[in-house]
Design a protein around this ligand. Sequence first.
Ligand SMILES: Nc1ncnc2c1ncn2[C@@H]1O[C@H](COP(=O)(O)OP(=O)(O)OP(=O)(O)O)[C@@H](O)[C@H]1O
Length: 375
Amino acid sequence: MLKAKQVPGTTPNRMTKLEDEHYFIDDIVSIKNCQKSKMFVKEGKRIGPGSFGTVTQSYLSNNSIEWLGPYAIKRVVISPKAQSLELEILQNIKHPNLVTLEFFFESRCATKDGEYLYQKNFVMEYIPQTLSSEIREYFDNGSKVPTKHIKLYTFQILRGLLTLHSMNICHGDLKPTNILIIPSRGIAKICDFGSAQRLKDNGELKTYFCSRFYRAPELLLNLKDYSTQIDIWSLGCIIGEMIKGQPLFKGDNANSQLEEIAKLLGRLPKSSVDKSQQLQNTLHDQKFKKFMHWFPYMEFFDVEFLLKVLVYDTSERWDAKRLMAHEFFDALRHETYFLPRGSNMPVHLPELFNFSALEKRGLGQYYSSIVPPLD
Ligand SMILES: Nc1ncnc2c1ncn2[C@@H]1O[C@H](COP(=O)(O)OP(=O)(O)OP(=O)(O)O)[C@@H](O)[C@H]1O
């Protein structure tokens, strides 16, 4: 469960407009110290608009002279009493691979009909690049995302997922535009918790969410008993996209999405499938050959890794901690530097193994295989 720490509630602010894109908020909460204060907000270029809210590059100030920032403000319309899991996650989980919330405020604005729209405003650290734009940078220039970078970003996404999944929360919309990256430092952070769900044993779960290209087969089939493993599937699609430069499976609807998946994985197995070892070995060999053909410049171990991620059967799809211990990441455990795009100066890899007590608990027996060996 999330820690009980709460920031004081805010009252919906009137946004006192002072000039273009520049207004005053009299009740803004700092996440660092839970204190409320009055602040000026200046909104600049739109980064979103997403499907659920708008995201703008913004600056904050105590006096309208010196400005702090840039920040990214995500504004979502939500009824004032509604619980927001997105806010709960952003407020309570501090993690190097999840975007950081710096301030929060509520606001309301009048509609043409004289009604009020209530809005939650998340003021986050601003990270201008996404994995999507980074993939495009490489492929538009006729090159490929280096394997080491693929491993670096994948490991950090898994680390963020490990924390969410250990709280039984699935992200629900993992895709390259929701991975913010700082290419010069090799850092990746997951953003957009607007589709996140807390999975309960007998709770009603929605099945229509997650962008189609990244939607797990169990969601495409409308199965209600899915798990946090849906995010692992999405991650597999993201890795495939880093390798190929375009979405791995591009269906126009749920059925054609399943058809696209079947081109790599074969048809969905029937439950009565023969589980004999001999048949399983043959199927594995066939799949391995297919994966080698689809991802020609990957090494043997890298293909083995993908075979643990893009799996129909959710109990055979490896979870975050198991994947983090895979040999796929040995390159990160044994090396110290990477070469950022467009640079010929190697840069220190970011901190990847400084696990918190919560993460160590989540990793359990896998911890010792994940951290680099002591020299
Ligand atoms: N902190 C941030 N810094 C920079 N860009 C951000 C930040 N947060 C989000 N973005 C960008 O804004 C886009 C939209 O934000 P977000 O995904 O949270 O909104 P959404 O309404 O859920 O959108 P979508 O339906 O596209 O996922 C993101 O995909 C990302 O590219």
